[in-house]
Design a protein around this ligand. Structure first.
Ligand SMILES: [Zn+2]
Length: 420
């Protein structure tokens, strides 16, 4: 593999759009055939209930006729047809790996991969991480969880496929584990780290407590948790295509893998497709995998960047904005944690080294609880923050400043929205 190459898969990533759409149409037709030929009872039922036969679905333009599917539909299918449900595109005997989605929003669903499914996921992952400068011969530490949640497996195999020395470290699970991980990092000094903000800080704090300098001794730099970092990647979950896209050096949205998935952004109330810059639900149709999903609505909010990218890649770009369940309605405004975070990062007093905050769900006022630097005047800071929120979003804001360490830390992903 030529490490100087600009794109991981140049033919695919720079394919003219017209050819890309033709490829999608051909791959979609193959998945639709399989709904009836495998068959996949869940999707067959869904299509037939909508009055659709195979012959009614002739091309990409007919895709919006297919009803969307959400995680709850998959859950119900698994309950009614235990243990795997009846939505699988491959017979269970053909599957070689099982994972479970995280149970944060209800009963976890089971995820199955055939060898081909793994190959597709890993190729997408390699393509995505190549854009970040990861090259064969480098080493990379990750802190994704292993076990049944499967994120660590996916991440690890994807980077190993690139020829990278993978250092699977796991989230910090107790003192002994943290010490063992730090000892490995000290010896290896990985070229790159992929750690969520709080995870990086937990490890860095423990390193300092052991008398180590994270940057000098471990090559671990805490880059902060600026909300724009969230725009560097888009995932459609382990059940669809885990690394759906990543940002190129333009850092203006994540280039999707449109050869492997058809991506739609739809308004969740009207089902109308969203245009450039409009927030809507991410809906993904998985191509090329044996276990595929048709028009799977991730209940995630995203927005398009449909402008051609100067980097030369043709696949469209997407910004990941947050989860639908994290939408906070204040008056007639719909806000997400990322909106609040962008404002907080204008104020070093609450965002250095990182903003630790929670939004308390209230309908009448934007209530934000945030940790602050105790050296500053709290009354004046709370007022300035409140004025900036009001100016930015046009809603009344109530800012509660709390001491460092008062907002709960999470081992994996932070819960930014809490009920009053
Ligand atoms: Zn680009």
């Amino acid at each position: 593999m030529n490490a100087e190459r600009r794109y991981y898969d140049p033919d695919v990533q720079t394919m003219p759009l017209e050819r890309l759409r033709a490829l999608q149409a051909e791959r979609l037709a193959r998945q639709l055939d399989r709904v009836w030929s495998v068959p996949v009872p869940f999707f067959r039922r869904k299509l037939e209930a909508a009055g659709l036969r195979r012959a009614d679905l002739r091309g990409l333009g007919d895709l919006p006729l297919i009803p969307t599917t959400v995680k709850d539909d998959l859950r119900r299918s698994e309950e009614e047809h235990p243990p795997f449900g009846d939505y699988r595109g491959a017979p269970i005997e053909a599957c070689v790996r099982l994972g479970a989605s995280t149970g944060t929003s209800g009963r976890p669903t089971l995820i199955l991969w055939t060898p081909k499914d793994l190959a597709v996921d890993h190729a997408a992952s390699a393509r995505g991480r190549w854009r970040w400068g990861l090259r064969p011969g480098m080493s990379l530490a990750n802190a994704h969880p292993f076990g049944v949640n499967a994120g660590g497996w996916h991440f690890s195999h994807g980077v190993e496929m690139l020829g990278v020395l993978n250092v699977p470290s796991g989230p910090p699970l107790g003192e002994a584990h943290v010490r063992d991980v730090l000892e490995v990092w000290r010896r290896i000094r990985p070229d790159m780290y992929r750690l969520f903000g709080n995870v990086a800080r937990t490890y860095a704090d423990a390193a300092r407590a052991m008398g180590l300098d994270p940057e000098r001794d471990l090559n671990l730099r805490i880059t902060g948790d600026h909300p724009a970092e969230q725009y560097l990647m888009v995932s459609s979950g382990l059940e669809a295509l885990p690394l759906l896209g990543s940002a190129c050096e333009e850092r203006d949205g994540a280039h999707l893998a449109e050869d492997l998935a058809i991506v739609e952004v739809i308004d969740r109330r009207t089902a109308r497709p969203c245009g450039d810059g409009e927030r809507g639900n991410l809906v993904v149709t998985v191509l090329e995998k044996d276990n595929f999903l048709l028009r799977y609505d991730l209940e995630d909010l995203v927005r398009w960047n449909t402008k051609p990218c100067p980097c030369g890649e043709t696949h469209r770009r997407l910004f990941y904005e947050g989860r639908v369940r994290d939408v906070v309605r204040v008056g007639d405004r719909e806000l997400l944690p990322i909106d609040v975070a962008f404002v907080l990062y204008e104020f070093p007093e609450v965002s250095h080294p990182s903003a630790e905050y929670q939004i308390v769900r209230r309908a009448d006022v934007l209530r934000v609880r945030v940790e602050y630097d105790p050296a500053v005047d709290a009354g004046g800071l709370a007022r300035r923050l409140g004025e900036r929120f009001q100016e930015r979003f046009g809603v009344a804001a109530d800012v509660e400043l709390v001491p460092r360490g008062a907002v709960p830390r999470f081992a994996y992903k932070a819960a930014r929205v809490v009920d009053a």
